[in-house]
Design a protein around this ligand. Sequence first.
Ligand code: PLP
Length: 231
Amino acid sequence: MIPFEEFEQNLAQLRLRMESACRAVGRSMDSVQLLPVTKNHPVDAVVFATRAGLAAVGENRVQEAAEKCAAFGGGVRWELIGHLQSNKAKEAVAIFDRIQSVDSLKLLNRLNRYAEEAGKVLPILLQCNTGADPNKHGFSVDDMESALEVAIAAEHLRVDGLMTIAPLDDDLEVTKVAFEGLRELRDRLSAAYSVALTELSMGMTGDLEVAIAAGSTQIRVGTALYGARTY
Ligand SMILES: *Cc1c(COP(=O)(O)O)cnc(C)c1O
């Protein structure tokens, strides 16, 4: 784990990247949130993020987040950004403040049931496999409409918007098509169902500029903040 001073420098550089990406397309810096991704790093990564004034962290596994959550205590929001198995849905509802990686109708129904049992309304994003990448989770573009219908009807879920991971491809043009596709899909669904869907969670260390240009409202960044992960 890098020292806090190095994290601060990384954060400052990342903000410069975000600023110039925003400036290039005439967006204001406060229209894009930064979600620090603390997965595969010790709980210190969460401590660093909060010390720097960041309000939420992203984790991709329930078990790992549960351990960090117990070690860290309160004072930060936990967002799940990795695939969730239905048999871990109950624990996920207990830990996470928002689940971005909702990728099946079965999971939607389970989350709604467990949120009801927990007496809460759980904020979610619908994950879309915009690039039709066989290695990625997420609803296909064609299934997004029915997924949104189920999500809207679920009384204990609140759909904040959409999330995607760009297909694994070195060509940023492919990434751009995926991100612009998600924004267009959001605009279309938002109009058709009269729901805001304000959050567009897209962009990571390698493609955040493309994501910001395409309308991302939240980038999820690990490597640029904390260095390489050790798996
Ligand atoms: C790991 C991860 C990230 C962060 O990726 P970096 O390239 O390290 O910035 C973002 N989103 C998801 C869904 C991830 O799993």
